[in-house]
Design a protein around this ligand. Structure first.
Ligand code: B12
Ligand code: SF4
Length: 478
């Protein structure tokens, strides 16, 4: 009997980190400009640090007799319409909902059966119900086996709901067999924990993955790293939202990884700078860079958004400690939180100077549907689009405003933001940051140059929005 074929699809977002529109419209023609464009395209493609979707790697690693699974990453591949597929799974992420639904509609029209899963389906199952033949709601690590078994028996159900969050300690290891290894900057993506004890109101990780931290078994992670190295010796991305969420676990795990001599990057809280033992273990296990969420430098703003866990008064010192340990810091700010005033822009610039942050990310708040902040802004009539029209919002960073800030009129806010990004993201500063980076200098340079370009595009979006706001005002709309 022929095996049943299942295809798992990752859909690019319309804009931002993985959309082609990040290149913008070509402004000039001619040989030199097209040469510049193609060099830029190359830098951008490399600087995107494209990594494979871990969710689909996990699902495709589940062995079920008589079923073969493939991954199609539409960021790099065209859809294999010329083949027969017994089931097509689409991962639906906020930011890529419209293209995901459109793809599903086309495929269903052609007679394929489509199963939808992923963060958006988990948070808004009722909006997805008519968009696929089958829904999987929640973390699918375990239930996917049941879906596959039901497919084999010809008894697929309309809906699979994960009632209890999977116990990660007994998770099986992730394989890369379904991936096109060369498409990616690296294929070494690992998650060691899920769930977040915090409740920042702009995030929905705690909504989807729960408040309790669930660890994987340390031995399991170590074996996975060892196995991954056989196929790909490039850098590792630890995708945990907070890789130091549990200091003891992190210390044990990364201590065990020291002998493998890997290089890795991840996301952490600045609190790490206060734990010299863990910092030392991170550095010795090959940590090259960490993204830290600073959000606002006005502590009352962080509190207004339920973010309490950064050591406000010791933030700069913590960042310096991390960099002194030889680890680059990507500092992620959100300008425009509820207690922010126009003074924040100078404060951010001074903080960047003081700490030497290697890659700054100065974001606008992206209220994601399903988060507390989205609902609150909608209730306060501060969203700039209809709360029910999720497609109207673009969730990529640095683009147009999606809401009205609380303390700063939007007409003053936008110019203050664009003036800030114009000062912070220059080629000269990119070169300076790379020269001062504790390690990974060429990556720091590439990332910063990428941002010079991206924030330039963002300024264009915002200039257009300022004009529209002015026109609306002239017409008497609010
Ligand atoms: C790495 C990462 C990225 C990477 C890679 C993207 C990816 N999805 O692999 C990049 C940088 C490209 C990225 C981009 C974006 N991201 Co992102 N990203 C993450 C991060 C940190 C880890 C993702 C991950 O691998 N998780 C681990 C896997 C195992 O979990 P999972 O993806 O949820 O998958 C499980 C279930 O959802 C389900 N499932 C998933 N897909 C499918 C498909 C089928 C068929 C089935 C049955 C089940 C299923 O089963 C999986 C196993 O349990 C998460 C935070 C987080 N904790 O998840 C944010 C997160 C997913 N990102 C988010 C956002 C908003 C974005 C962007 C819109 C950001 C932007 N501003 O542009 C884009 C969208 C890009 C896109 N095309 O979807 C939000 C999503 C919120 C939401 N409700 O959808 C998250 C949760 C962050 C947050 N704080 O809220 N992201
Ligand atoms: S932003 Fe980070 S710390 Fe805050 S709730 Fe989300 S995952 Fe947790």
């Amino acid at each position: 009997m022929d095996k049943l074929s299942v295809l798992l699809v990752f859909v690019p977002a319309d804009s931002g980190v993985d959309g082609p529109s990040l290149l913008g419209e070509p402004e000039h023609s001619g040989f030199l400009h097209s040469l510049k464009d193609s060099v830029l395209k190359n830098v951008i493609k490399r600087a995107q640090f494209a990594i494979p979707p871990l969710s689909l790697m996990i699902l495709s690693s589940i062995d079920e007799p008589d079923i073969e699974q493939h991954i199609c990453d539409l960021r790099f591949e065209t859809f294999p319409l010329d083949r027969h597929w017994d089931l097509i799974g689409i991962s639906v992420q906020t930011g890529a909902v419209r293209p995901a639904f459109e793809l599903s509609a086309i495929l269903r029209e052609k007679g394929f059966r489509v199963v939808l899963g992923g963060p958006y389906v988990t948070v808004f199952p009722e909006r997805c119900r008519d968009r696929g033949d089958v829904l999987v709601i929640g973390e699918a690590d375990e239930i996917w086996r049941k879906v596959l078994a039901d497919l084999r028996r010809g008894r697929l159900q309309k809906e699979y709901r994960v009632d209890e969050l999977p116990d990660l300690t007994c998770g099986s290891s992730v394989k890369k067999d379904a991936l096109e290894l060369r498409s990616y900057f690296t294929t070494n993506v690992v998650q060691t924990t899920r769930g977040c004890p915090y409740s920042c109101d702009f995030c929905n990780v705690h909504v989807m993955n729960g408040h309790k931290i669930r660890h994987r078994d340390i031995d399991g992670v170590v074996r996975e790293v060892e196995g991954f190295l056989e196929k790909d010796r490039r850098i590792f991305f630890f995708l945990d939202d907070t890789v130091n969420a549990d200091d003891d676990y992190a210390e044990k795990l990364f201590h065990e990884l020291i002998p493998f001599g890997i290089n890795w990057v991840g996301q952490a809280t600045t609190r790490l700078g206060e734990n010299s033992r863990l910092l030392d273990v991170f550095a010795r296990s090959g940590c090259g860079a960490l993204l830290v969420g600073i959000e606002s430098l006005a502590e009352e703003s962080n509190r207004a958004h339920n973010k309490f866990h950064n050591p406000a008064d010791r933030q700069a010192e913590c960042i310096r400690n991390i960099r002194d340990a030889g680890i680059c810091v990507y500092g992620s700010f959100i300008y425009g939180l509820d207690e922010d005033t126009l003074e924040q822009t100078d404060a951010i610039e001074a903080f960047l100077e003081e700490t030497g942050i290697d890659v700054p990310g100065i974001n606008l708040l992206r209220p994601i549907p399903g988060t507390e902040v989205f609902n609150r802004l909608a209730d306060e009539c501060r969203l700039l689009h209809d709360r029910n029209d999720h497609d109207a919002f673009r969730f990529s960073w640095g683009q147009e405003m999606l809401y009205r800030p609380k303390k700063i009129p939007i007409e003053a806010f936008i110019p203050s933001y664009t003036a800030l990004t114009k000062r912070v993201f220059t080629v000269r500063r990119a070169i300076q940051r790379a020269a001062n980076a504790p390690t990974l200098r060429s990556a720091v340079l590439m990332f910063n140059l990428f941002y010079v370009h991206m924030y330039n595009l963002s300024r264009k979006d915002l200039a257009r929005q300022m004009q529209e706001l002015g026109e609306d005002k002239a017409k008497g709309k609010s």
